[in-house]
Design a protein around this ligand. Structure first.
Ligand code: CUA
Length: 158
């Protein structure tokens, strides 16, 4: 084997090890989660919010042309939300401002991500996948409030 071939091979192997190490570091030390596609659950057709533990909630978000259901989600500060997103028609996107949430809403499947809302405030979310004439109106918001007793969801305009 040529000397330059050996060098190229060992350099590629070293890079592979570095990249694998970066992935392990991100998931273990930084606790960065990769969005997950859930395949063993039937896609839901109606939106639901329910409490699963102290400060823990499950939100099932339905997207369709051209709205998110629910469009407003009110939660207490400190909430951890297991977020499940699906679509009833075509592919939409689900991105939350100021949070590391960027999911695709795909018909027939459910995508999942866990998110924690520590700071009170409004977190807008919007469709980031062009989905037709009213794509630009497809948005909603999380409203995070200090000491909120009754979490709730609303449908309709933002
Ligand atoms: Cu839904 Cu763009």
């Amino acid at each position: 084997m040529d000397k330059s071939e050996k060098l190229a091979l060992s350099l590629s192997l070293t890079l592979l090890v570095v990249f694998m190490g970066a992935i392990v570091y991100a998931s273990v030390a930084k606790n960065i989660e990769v969005p997950t596609c859930i395949t063993d659950v039937e896609p839901f057709t109606t939106d639901t919010l329910f409490q699963t533990g102290p400060d823990e909630y499950e939100l099932q978000m339905v997207s369709r042309m051209w709205a998110f259901q629910p469009s407003t989600v009110r939660l207490p500060a400190g909430s951890t939300v297991d977020l499940y997103v699906t679509s009833q028609d075509i592919i939409h996107g689900f991105k939350v401002e100021g949070k590391n949430i960027n999911l695709m809403a795909v018909p027939g499947t459910i995508n999942y991500l866990r998110v924690k809302f520590d700071e009170p405030g409004e977190y807008l979310f919007a469709c980031h996948e062009f989905c037709g004439a009213a794509h630009h109106t497809m948005a909603g918001r999380f409203i995070i409030e200090e000491g909120l007793d009754e979490p709730e969801t609303e449908d309709g305009g933002v």
